[in-house]
Design a protein around this ligand. Sequence first.
Ligand code: CA
Ligand code: CA
Ligand code: CA
Length: 119
Amino acid sequence: MKLAVLSAIAALTIAGSASANPGKNLDSDGDGVISQAEYDASVQASWTALDKDGNGQLSPAELGDKAARLTDADSDGDGQISVAEYTAKKSAWFAAADTDGDGALSKAEWEAAKAAKKK
Ligand SMILES: [Ca+2]
Ligand SMILES: [Ca+2]
Ligand SMILES: [Ca+2]
């Protein structure tokens, strides 16, 4: 499953060096910031990789060790994460991370958000 996620992301972002850019391979055009479009593409790719049975819902089994982190995304409380619930959570994270509100995440914004998430 880890491999599936990685290859989905890699397929989107062949260009660009992983170490120099923020968010590993998210910055697909290599301009040093993660645009909303680049972020949305990665969210879509990760969703597709996670929804193994393709039913449009992420079950706890599909989520595995991500289940605990994503329980607050389950806004209707049915125990499954729909694509709308998933993208809503990711978009909220992006908006919170974009502290200067320019619609893209700089390396500094990305890293600050990642560090905050770990706490
Ligand atoms: Ca599913
Ligand atoms: Ca749900
Ligand atoms: Ca920004």
